[in-house]
Design a protein around this ligand. Structure first.
Ligand SMILES: [Zn+2]
Length: 54
């Protein structure tokens, strides 16, 4: 099960393997960072989300 890259919460998977959340990529990298719905609400732009990931 995927975990949020920011808060480490487990991201619930809906049917058809769709994550309840999103996946973002760092510029110039193919590494995926799953982000949960709650963190998406907290930080609304991709730039802000990326800043939270260390
Ligand atoms: Zn989160």
């Amino acid at each position: 099960m995927a975990k949020c890259s920011i808060c480490k919460a487990e991201i619930k998977q809906l049917f058809l393997e769709k994550l309840k959340g999103t996946v973002i990529y760092k510029r110039g990298s193919s590494k995926q960072y799953p982000i949960c719905f709650e963190c998406q609400k907290k930080w609304q732009t991709k730039e802000e989300l990326l800043q939270q990931i260390q």
